[in-house]
Design a binder for this molecule. Structure first.
Ligand SMILES: Nc1ncnc2c1ncn2[C@@H]1O[C@H](COP(=O)(O)OP(=O)(O)OP(=O)(O)O)[C@@H](O)[C@H]1O
Ligand SMILES: [Mg+2]
Length: 433
């Protein structure tokens, strides 16, 4: 397994073994304690019974009676059994067990002597006899070695499976993040798990989508900016060349002035757009009286409208929103100026503002040519112009609606356009305060 998987595996293994040890220690102690006590008790009673029967047999039938009794006993209880007198003399064989007896006396009523066999020693109540029983030990701790090894093996295997189920997807996610970090913006984890790892993977995918869209948009913007700057710069250098060689220097100079003016409009608009993107830290959101703002815009635009003999008609109710007043003013003004620019001579431009649910809805409507259906959503992308040749004469660079759109979404609002036959209806939705 890979690095992450292995280290998780070792951790899980250690934790599981530690948990097992903590749980098994007291468990073994308790079962051992009660096991020995109960066993001891039973063996004790059994030995007493065997002793009494042996003494009874001896007293009734002498040595041969005792021998017969012990022979029967050993049929059921393997091991050696013998009865001695208080001096340690075997009452069947006459052999001498005094050493064993001395040892048993020293032990008192404690647990049996342990060796290759357990030796139990029981005196009779009157102290005249001693009964000895030997038994093979039931088991040693090593008897279970095979099972211990088996349990450890099974636990290790289960830990491996657990570690793999965590480590493998994490490793996959790490590889995806690395690929994304190296610039592959299409890298996605695409995990279907419903646990925390799956949640993390999905959060990454969402982030990837978002960063991907943003970066693509920024790259396109940069490409468009370079493209837009190239034509006026080319015309400028052409005009500069003319200024040196041509007879009509005044015309060449006028050309240069016009291109410079165009360039500075372009750069000004670009600056405005980056401002609309804005540094979130420096954004100041203040309460804004939307109807007052619209009145100001309508007033400012009257000069342009008058030049085309157009009427700007404003209908608004009192609306309070929050935001950056200057950004919003320019965003709405861009929309109104478009309407005036594309409105036919003598027509009306209608600005309406009214509340709906928790939003203020501002609409700007003109009676001009509108926008072809397939261009409706694209007019909000930077430098997009429906008919560049028509617009170049009117001086638009195609940034007005892009600026407006960015400023509006900065205010958690949205902007859209629809054809009204005739004319265009631009709708701006802003959250009310
Ligand atoms: N009211 C309108 N009627 C018809 N077409 C419109 C209207 N408003 C916008 N458009 C179209 O959408 C395009 C994009 O508008 P936008 O305001 O972004 O750029 P612009 O007006 O050409 O230039 P700028 O606003 O940067 O000076 C315009 O070029 C025009 O083709
Ligand atoms: Mg415009």
């Amino acid at each position: 397994m890979n690095r992450i998987g292995r280290s998780i595996y070792v951790r899980i293994l250690l934790w599981v073994f530690a948990t097992l040890a903590v749980a098994l220690g007291p468990f073994l102690f308790i079962s051992n304690y009660y096991g020995t006590r109960v066993n001891h008790h039973i063996f004790d009673r059994l030995n007493n019974m065997q002793r009494d029967q042996a003494i009874e047999a001896y007293e009734a039938g002498g040595s041969s009676g005792l021998q017969e009794n012990l022979r029967k006993l050993e049929k059921y209880f393997p091991g050696e059994h013998f009865l001695t007198d208080s001096a340690g003399r075997d009452l069947v064989t006459g052999g001498d067990h005094s050493a064993l007896l001395a040892e048993a006396r020293e032990r008192g009523n404690g647990p049996p002597k342990r060796g290759s066999h357990l030796i139990f020693a029981k005196p009779s109540n009157d102290g005249r006899y001693w009964f000895f029983a030997t038994a093979p030990p039931p088991f040693t701790p090593w008897s279970f070695l095979f099972y211990y090894v088996l349990i450890i093996g099974v636990v290790a295997a289960l830990c491996w499976v657990l570690a793999a189920s965590i480590g493998v997807p994490l490793r996959r996610l790490a590889r995806t993040v690395e690929r994304f970090g190296r610039g592959d913006l299409t890298a996605r984890a695409n995990m279907t798990r419903s646990d925390e790892i799956g949640q993390m993977a999905r959060a990454f995918d969402v982030m990837g989508d978002r960063i991907g869209t943003l970066l693509t948009a920024e790259r396109r913007l940069l490409r468009d900016i370079s493209h837009e700057l190239r034509s006026p710069l080319a015309r400028l250098s052409f005009a500069a060349e003319l200024l040196r060689t041509a007879d009509d220097r005044e015309a060449a100079a006028a050309r240069i002035r016009k291109e410079i003016a165009r360039l500075s409009v372009l750069v000004g608009s670009l600056l405005e757009m980056t401002r609309a993107e804005g540094d979130p830290e420096s954004r100041k959101f203040e309460p804004i009286d939307l109807s007052g703002l619209l009145e100001g815009i309508a007033y400012d635009c009257r000069v342009e409208a008058d030049a085309k003999r157009c009427r700007v008609e404003l209908a608004t109710s009192a609306l309070q929103i929050a935001g950056d007043q200057e950004l919003l003013r320019r965003a709405i003004e861009n929309v109104v100026r478009n309407a005036i620019r594309y409105a036919p001579e003598g027509s009306a431009i209608q600005i309406n503002a009214a509340p709906r649910d928790n939003s203020a809805i501002v609409t700007v409507r003109d009676y001009g040519p509108g926008v072809p259906g397939d261009s409706l959503s694209r007019i909000f992308t930077p430098f997009y112009r429906v008919d560049p040749s028509r617009d170049s004469s009117t001086g638009g660079v195609g940034l007005g609606l892009a600026i407006a759109s960015r400023a509006i979404s900065l205010h958690q609002g949205c902007i859209s356009a629809a054809n009204e036959q005739p004319g265009l209806l631009v709708t701006i939705e802003l959250p009310l305060r």
